[in-house]
Ligand binder design. Structure first.
Ligand code: ATP
Length: 455
């Protein structure tokens, strides 16, 4: 959460010269305020005046940032320009919302003019005192997805109802979607980007129309086992969308013969049941540059996919998002890349993220790992993916059990099994090794530099 008042060295408060990084800080600060505002606004739990207050602080931070003259050159200059554009659209959104709240009589007994100055351009900001946002008091519990239960589809025209039923049984998550942002450890930048381009438009669809229409396609790429699927599920959960989860490879294996029809029916269902997210895992299996070597069935499925994709959002306000995941983005063809406007890199976890994943994994078991030992373990597991860490912790947790002979194992009370220690992890690390090759990381990082969303 932003602390609000600090200004980095070398950065002036609005209007002065600033680096790209300084601009990002303004954006982050604004984002934190606007997130609190939205939380209050949407949950209806706080006072509208509080929401307006936070919107105003967000507006102030955005205005300060936008007023800066960025002195970067080359790539950083381009990134700064893009970021400014985004800040300007966030600014409009926040101002619009405050105006709606003000006009809606949200401030009974409070003078409109007393609040409006915060929304005026930068002049007012020189005296704008920013205090830290209050932390929301209630930690959000994973609520059940409100779109639970199998929906009825018999009324939908022009689709194969049997196939639709099969899709609902096997591809759509029927309300058991409970992955939240908090479950996905680390990945702050991807989370922030996803919140901005998916969650905000989902919460305030009326603000994101015309030029501000949300992205239709988003690509998550990165080494295997680092939370791409978890993130997609969290996005669906947080935006309360129906979640269609299919792997591109299964279109020609499990759904053999039905692939083309399945794609068409899935898009029709997604439109009918919107808001919807179609998550296409291993998208490279469907949309790669194979050209002449791909077989006919695959080409037909691919064409159907591209056509269905283009048919989305033909009506204003449609809320369907296609999220795709791959470990091989470099194999995607141009037609696919064009459609996935946002491409987000999901990297291997850094040291802090590894520590958090490990801490979370062992927290449910009796263990003796001190903070120092966790730090050490996090350093030792450089190169491990999220799923490698899960495998490692699972193996280490069996260490105390492996020491017991069969008879002891049959009778020992659970609370007398010795706690898991650092030594168990060290032993397990001999067999559970990092699964991601360094070459793959280099390729992915290069691709990210060329095609990824980098701010
Ligand atoms: P793939 O490319 O192989 O499909 P993926 O990137 O989609 O992999 P997930 O399926 O999301 O990876 O993650 C695999 C498992 O690894 C998760 O079920 C979870 O146990 C663990 N994991 C990976 N990343 C994270 C993370 N950031 N936070 C918590 N757990 C994680």
């Amino acid at each position: 959460m932003a602390t609000g008042t600090s200004v980095s060295p070398g950065r002036s408060r609005g209007g002065g010269p600033a680096s790209y990084l300084a601009l990002r800080e303004y954006h982050k600060r604004a984002y934190d305020f606007l997130s609190v505002a939205l939380e209050i606004d949407e949950s209806g739990k706080g006072e509208p005046t509080d929401a307006i207050d936070y919107y105003s602080r967000g507006v102030a931070a955005l205005e300060e940032g936008i007023a800066c003259d960025v002195y970067e050159v080359g790539e950083d200059q381009e990134k700064a320009e893009k970021l400014k554009e985004r800040m300007i659209s966030n600014l409009e959104m926040a101002r619009d919302r405050v105006n709606v709240l003000l006009q809606g009589g949200a401030l009974k007994g409070v003078s409109l003019e007393a609040k409006r100055p915060h929304l005026q351009p930068t002049a007012s900001l020189r005296v704008h005192k920013i205090t830290p946002p209050r932390e929301p008091t209630n930690k959000k519990k994973p609520a059940k997805n409100p779109v639970m239960g199998k929906p009825r589809v018999s009324h939908i025209k022009g689709i194969d109802h049997q196939l639709a039923d099969k899709i609902l049984d096997e591809i759509v998550d029927q309300g058991e979607l409970t992955v939240t942002w908090d479950d996905v450890v680390g990945l702050e930048l991807p989370k922030r980007t996803l919140q901005e381009i998916v969650i905000l438009p989902a919460l305030r669809p009326e603000l994101f129309t015309g030029l501000r229409s949300p992205a239709r396609g988003m690509l998550l790429f990165g080494p295997p086992g680092n939370g791409k699927t978890m993130l997609a599920k969290a996005v669906a959960h947080e935006s309360q969308a129906k979640f269609f989860n299919i792997s591109a490879a299964s279109l020609t294996s499990k759904w053999v013969g039905d692939g083309e029809k399945l794609v068409k029916t899935m898009f029709a269902l997604a439109r009918e049941l919107q808001p919807s997210i179609i998550f296409l895992d291993e998208v490279d299996a469907l949309l790669s540059k194979r050209g002449g070597s791909e077989h006919d069935a695959m080409r037909r499925i691919k064409n159907e996919f591209l056509q269905s994709f283009d048919g989305m959002h033909t009506q204003e306000g449609e809320r369907i998002l296609v999220m795709a995941a791959t470990n091989r983005p470099q194999e995607l063809d141009d037609a696919a890349l064009r459609r996935f406007e946002k491409r987000i890199y999901i990297p291997l976890p850094g040291k802090e993220a590894r520590k958090s994943v490990l801490r979370k994994l062992i927290s449910k078991h009796h263990n003796l790992l001190s903070e120092d030992q966790l730090n050490k373990l996090a350093s030792m597991t450089d190169g491990y993916s999220g799923s490698d860490l899960t495998a490692l912790a699972k193996d280490a947790s069996l260490g105390p059990i492996r020491e017991l002979d069969f008879n002891a194992l049959k009778s020992v009370p659970a609370n007398q099994v010795r706690p898991i220690g650092l030594n168990d992890f060290q032993l397990s690390m001999r067999t559970i090794r990092p699964s991601v090759a360094k070459d793959l990381i280099t390729t992915l990082e290069q691709w990210n530099t060329l095609y990824g969303v980098s701010s």
